[in-house]
Design a protein around this ligand. Structure first.
Ligand code: SF4
Ligand code: SF4
Length: 421
């Protein structure tokens, strides 16, 4: 694509990077076929190619309007377009570079500013989010049904001592994250139990927290980078002691941690450390796929339908890995129609774009239902919570299914009652 980047941007590193991305796009339109928002609205400006065109106009010095912001806001950031693009255009990076310019030009309404502020003040902080969630759970029975189902009920969990591996000879760090420990503590506990069977002990760094994605993607890039630096500082002592990997059980967070090296490359104090952290970051499926699982005594009981999060398949390019591992362990995996299309969760998207998010969720739940599977599984806490709001069937992390199957054999029957909760 021909470009004429405007003077104020042309000489800056941001302008140079954005121009290089724009020039890669050949305007072929292949990406339109897999863009969830374009599929719903049929509007070219809700497609990757249309949004690239809007950003090109901005970078060439044309005026930016609320219309530009509107169509960018409707982008899920799912990166399905990147998986499809024959020219390997890093669309998400173009958006990251350009969003601050759009936000500076187009002021948001007071209502939008307040909502964004509230989310940024609560979600990334476990110690703030947890008491608010607990209070919401207390009043849940008094709320109207539509509101009540947005508040996930408390889950049954193991005691911590039960989760500790006895024969661990290897150690890995685990990212606990911001909302997952409150919403579904069982995911990381199941991870600890399964890895414990393989002789791997998980260590948490108490001062680590949110991966930084919430702030970074809501145009608070500096705050997002500070969350990343804080995690690097928290993990660094264990990394220096030779920890094998940083295990991440939420694929959305994993995508971001794997990008620390790129996002902090211009920070001389953190660039090298960030690169090391990104190299150590691994989604749980990468860890388990590299292990010999033949010694695990697995008793698969249910047929499964896997909702592959966009962050896993498009962000981390790990599509198909979870299904392959579960098949290898003896589970029956049912094919899911349109598995490349986002469920509508997409970080905070379902809060800001409820109509599109609801439509995408209904389509995803229909696909899961049509698969005929007995159990729905995912790999990202946001998707699990989003889908769970509109289905009676539990949606769980795939590691919980393996953990449950480990306890379903002769020695595990005492845990069956708990696992069925
Ligand atoms: S598929 Fe790639 S090259 Fe083609 S229009 Fe979309 S972003 Fe541009
Ligand atoms: S990130 Fe997703 S929603 Fe956004 S343009 Fe690409 S495919 Fe469409």
């Amino acid at each position: 694509m021909q470009t004429q980047i405007a003077e104020p941007f042309k000489e800056s590193p941001m302008g140079a990077e954005a121009e290089a991305i724009l020039r890669k796009c050949v305007h072929c339109g292949f990406c339109l076929a897999t863009c969830p928002t374009y599929k719903l609205t049929g509007d070219e400006l809700d497609s990757p190619r249309g949004r690239i065109y809007l950003l090109k106009q901005l970078l060439e010095g044309n005026s930016v309007s609320a219309k530009t912001q509107f169509h960018l806001d409707r982008c899920l950031g799912c990166r399905a377009c990147e998986t499809t693009c024959p020219a390997s255009v890093p669309y998400h990076r173009l958006v990251e570079l350009s969003i601050p310019l759009v936000e500076a030009e187009v002021p948001r309404s007071l209502k939008q500013r307040l909502l964004r502020r509230a989310i940024l003040s609560v979600l990334p902080y476990h110690q703030r989010f947890s008491p608010i969630l607990n209070t919401a759970r207390l009043v849940r029975p008094l709320l109207p049904k539509q509101l009540a189902k947005k508040i996930p009920p408390r889950q049954a969990t193991h005691s911590q001592s039960e989760a500790l591996p006895e024969s661990a000879t290897r150690s890995m760090l685990i990212l606990e994250g911001c909302v997952q420990p409150s919403l579904s503590p069982e995911i990381n506990q199941a991870t600890a139990r399964v890895l414990g069977r393989l002789g791997i002990k998980l260590e948490a760094a108490p001062k680590a927290g949110c991966c930084g994605a919430v702030s970074y993607h809501l145009n608070q890039q500096e705050d997002g980078l500070d969350f990343m630096r804080r995690n690097i500082d928290a993990w660094w002592p264990q990394i220096e002691r030779g920890c094998e990997a940083i295990v991440i059980t939420a694929s959305g967070c994993g995508t971001t941690v794997k990008e620390y090296g790129e996002l902090l490359k211009d920070d001389p104090a953190y660039a090298e450390k960030a690169k090391r952290v990104s190299a150590l970051a691994a989604d749980l499926i990468e860890i388990l796929s590299a292990e010999d699982l033949s010694a695990l005594d697995i008793h698969p009981e249910q047929s499964l339908a896997f909702q592959c999060p966009c962050s896993l398949q498009h962000g981390q390019k790990l599509g198909g890995k979870v299904e392959a591992l579960l098949r290898q362990l003896g589970f029956e995996m049912k094919p899911v129609r349109d598995s490349h299309i986002c469920c509508g969760s997409a970080g905070t998207y379902s809060i800001f774009q409820p109509e599109l998010a609801t439509e995408l969720r209904a389509n995803k739940l229909q696909s899961l239902h049509d698969s005929g599977a007995q159990q729905y599984i995912s790999a990202n806490i946001g998707c699990i919570m989003h889908l769970s709001q509109e289905t009676e069937r539990p949606v769980r992390h795939w590691i919980q299914i393996i953990d449950q199957a480990l306890h379903s054999g002769p020695q595990g029957h005492k845990n069956k009652k708990r696992d069925s909760l």
